[in-house]
Design a binder for this molecule. Structure first.
Ligand code: ADP
Ligand code: ADP
Length: 237
């Protein structure tokens, strides 16, 4: 469902973020991307929805080329991808409910999103998504009154209401304590297993990647140095 073909990314300053990446990620996989800081993890993740435009090669999402797509097609591709990223954080002064509802805008055509006309179904999906991440009691809470872990779970709920089959999670547990980390990872595991979402996640922690993923991809200097089952990953890398 996501295919990288000879993908390279060179940043304007000459830094090679990715070098000749060839990958196929199938429906329903839980893929962790690991590697040292600067290895290219974020670049790889963000290339999938063209947040980072690639330099050469091609990426296909459900058979549609992301590099050949015009603006309209790119929007359609992005609707199939839920992004959980600190860079696209919550609107702090807005309620949890409003933040999650905004995920519905990613689900609609532009026309609908301009007017922001939310339906009964939008509200129902929002309530459902917040329940699935254990935040039913926080609907009317201001987002900046939540703990870090709760905020990550609101981001997951926002991605869920978008009803995208693919979820990209860019370091969702980077700033969380171990207990909260586990809650967030458990939520991601549950939506992978129960809702059949394909998950692509960046992690710093090898033990976490081992525990939660069906597949691990390790990057080093923009190249894939390991791609396989968690149990096949040795410690030297
Ligand atoms: P990781 O997520 O593994 O820490 P990144 O994908 O963020 O790695 O970065 C890969 C390489 O690309 C690093 O050397 C980083 O400094 C460089 N890089 C990332 N973003 C930019 C950018 N916007 N401009 C220039 N270089 C960048
Ligand atoms: P979790 O483990 O679910 O992430 P925490 O243990 O961090 O939650 O938080 C416990 C309670 O404290 C929660 O009900 C949360 O709403 C509240 N809380 C946490 N941080 C803040 C904050 N900065 N302002 C107000 N309430 C907070």
């Amino acid at each position: 469902m996501i295919t990288f073909k000879k993908v390279s990314k060179t940043y304007p300053n000459g830094v090679k973020g990715l070098q000749n990446i060839n990958l196929t990620i199938n429906e329903g996989e839980f893929v962790s991307i690991i590697g040292l800081s600067g290895a290219g993890k974020s670049t790889l993740l963000r290339a999938v929805n063209q947040l980072v435009p690639i330099t050469t090669g091609d990426i296909q999402v459900n058979g549609r080329s992301i590099t050949q797509a015009n603006k309209k097609e790119l929007r359609a591709i992005r609707r199939e991808i839920g992004l959980i990223s600190q860079q696209f954080n919550l609107v702090k002064r807005s309620t949890v409910q409003k933040n999650v509802l905004s995920g519905r805008l990613g689900y609609y055509s532009t026309f609908k999103s301009i007017f922001g006309l939310f339906t009964k179904e939008d509200y129902e999906r929002t309530v459902e998504a917040l329940a699935s991440v254990g935040l039913s009691d926080k609907l009317q809470t201001r987002s900046d009154e939540l703990s870090g872990g709760q905020q990550q779970r609101v981001l997951i709920a926002r991605a869920l209401v978008q009803q995208a089959p693919i979820i990209l999670a860019d370091e969702p547990v980077a700033s969380l304590d171990p207990v909260t980390t586990q809650k967030v990872m458990d939520d991601l595991r549950r939506i992978n297993q129960e809702m059949a979402k394909t998950i692509l996640i960046n992690l710093h922690s090898i033990p976490l990647a081992r525990e939660y993923s069906s597949r691990i991809i390790a990057l080093k200097e923009g190249t894939v140095v390991f791609d396989g089952l968690p149990e096949a990953l040795t410690d030297e890398r």
